[in-house]
Design a protein around this ligand. Structure first.
Ligand SMILES: [Zn+2]
Length: 103
């Protein structure tokens, strides 16, 4: 698939992040699902791709404190557990949104 282009990306609530795509799709991703999918070197082994993050260590009530654009290609998030090193490229966010919608 082509690189997805976001039209609008913002927090709906501290628990939910919403992205409207240029192609008309909408992705809504839960704060905790985002946290569990964090691709940073602290959460995923860069060499093997093996997850280092223990999902049981992430609280059910974790929330998003904010998000920030990383250039034109990605977003980074700040969670209530203090984590903020993950950089989520748009295709990754689009894929996460599609998982979440159950489509
Ligand atoms: Zn991480």
């Amino acid at each position: 698939m082509d690189n997805p282009v976001p039209k609008k990306a913002d927090l709906v609530s501290p628990f939910l992040f919403r992205i409207e795509w240029k192609d008309g799709d909408v992705s809504e991703i839960k704060a905790r699902d985002l946290r569990l999918s964090c691709p940073c070197a602290g959460c995923v082994d860069e060499g093997t791709g093996k997850p280092l993050l223990d999902p049981t260590a992430v609280r059910e009530d974790i929330i998003l404190l904010g998000s920030e654009l990383v250039g034109r290609y990605a977003l980074s998030f700040v969670w209530s557990d203090g984590h903020k090193t993950g950089i989520f490229a748009w295709p990754r966010l689009k894929a996460l949104g599609e998982l979440g919608s159950g489509a």
